[in-house]
Ligand binder design. Structure first.
Ligand code: AMP
Length: 327
């Protein structure tokens, strides 16, 4: 497997420091948690004398089965340390903003690079997940690095979740080869899938309610607004409510789908998904960003929400008018 210049720089930087802090984005998903825990474990096994900590201020109930993270340390401790920020396109999305106090910062990411914030940046936006990059990193330096089933389970979690179980276009032959390498460490996929994909019966009731309430625009944009009342009705946390974007992902003719979740603080979280048509630029116009077909944004009123839906509808209309062969 290839060693590129940036991964070499990342390894050299890691070797330079005795103390390393690893950060990720807030509202963590499988890739954010998997990549940080996976890299931490690989580095702990490979460099047992180094101190390596995960530093984050918010956590995911959904991913709690992967285990905890480290206690937050005083930013004073960061001053002689290397910070590695993973799976995070913009500095404002880092869960622990004290990361800026690290002596040097490595950006290790697969999002569209809309902001540069690291001393060293290894960004490959065509990778299906940051975990795939961790797997590539291990593969490139496997003579020097160690892995075990625990690290592999974290890494496989991000590879599976960020690629929609290896369904998205971002999945390449390399993704599959690296997934094979990781799987060969002994990952129990039955246990992992049970933790990731089994749902409580209550969640199915919410799902059926979403199908009842969601709407589809003239040109094929599915959308749902999960307001406070709906969250109360189904006893949903913000994290559980936001899962509903996935319910709309297999409707014929719908090539973009959007979930709006009332955050309860005056803002509305927007989760945008698509196939074929790029929606990340739309997200960028609404305080967001992400990937071509999976992005996030924030709006502050129902009026803004309607405007975003209208723009999404226009995007889809234009795509359908100018493209053939997608369905
Ligand atoms: P989400 O719907 O929150 O899962 O986000 C989809 C993708 O877009 C993820 O890769 C996020 O990291 C990214 N993303 C979400 N919100 C933002 C934002 N406000 N700015 C930049 N990237 C984002």
């Amino acid at each position: 497997m290839n060693v590129n210049e940036n991964m070499r720089k990342v390894l050299d930087k890691i070797k330079e420091y005795d103390k390393i802090y690893i950060f990720r984005h807030f509202r963590p998903d499988g890739d954010a948690v998997g990549s940080t825990k996976g890299l931490q474990r690989i580095l702990q096994l490979s460099f047992p004398k180094k101190e390596i900590y995960l530093q984050n201020e918010d956590f995911s109930d959904y991913l709690a089965f992967l285990g905890g993270e480290d206690e937050l340390q005083s930013p004073e401790n960061y001053r002689d340390a290397l910070g590695i920020v993973m799976d995070t396109g913009t500095s404002q999305r880092v869960s622990c903003q004290n990361f800026v106090h690290c002596k040097e910062i490595v950006k290790f990411d697969h999002h569209i690079p809309i902001e540069s914030y690291g001393t060293i940046e290894w960004v490959e936006e065509e990778r299906s997940s940051t975990c795939e990059m961790v797997a590539a990193f291990y593969d490139a330096f496997k003579d020097e690095l160690k892995i075990d089933v625990e690290a592999a389970t974290y890494i496989y979690t991000g590879m599976v979740t960020d690629s929609g179980r290896f369904r998205f276009r971002s999945v390449s032959g390399n993704t599959m080869r690296l997934a094979g390498l990781i799987l060969d460490q002994g990952v129990d996929v039955d246990v992992l899938y049970a933790n990731l994909y089994l749902k409580n019966f209550e969640e199915f009731k919410f799902e059926s309610y979403v199908y009842e309430k969601m709407q589809i625009t003239e040109n094929g944009v599915a959308h749902i607004f999960v307001n406070q009342e709906m969250k109360d009705k189904f006893h949903l946390s913000n994290e559980a409510a936001s899962a509903c974007v996935g319910y709309m992902d297999s409707i014929k003719n719908v090539i973009a789908w959007i979930a709006f979740i009332d955050s309860g603080d005056g803002s509305i979280r927007v989760r945008l998904r698509s196939r074929f048509v790029t929606i990340s630029e739309l997200a960028e116009r609404y305080n967001g960003g992400g990937h071509a077909c999976a992005a996030g944004a924030t709006v502050y009123s129902e009026e803004e929400m309607r405007k975003l839906i209208a723009e999404a509808d226009e995007l889809v209309k234009e795509f359908k008018a100018n493209n053939e062969g997608w369905m």
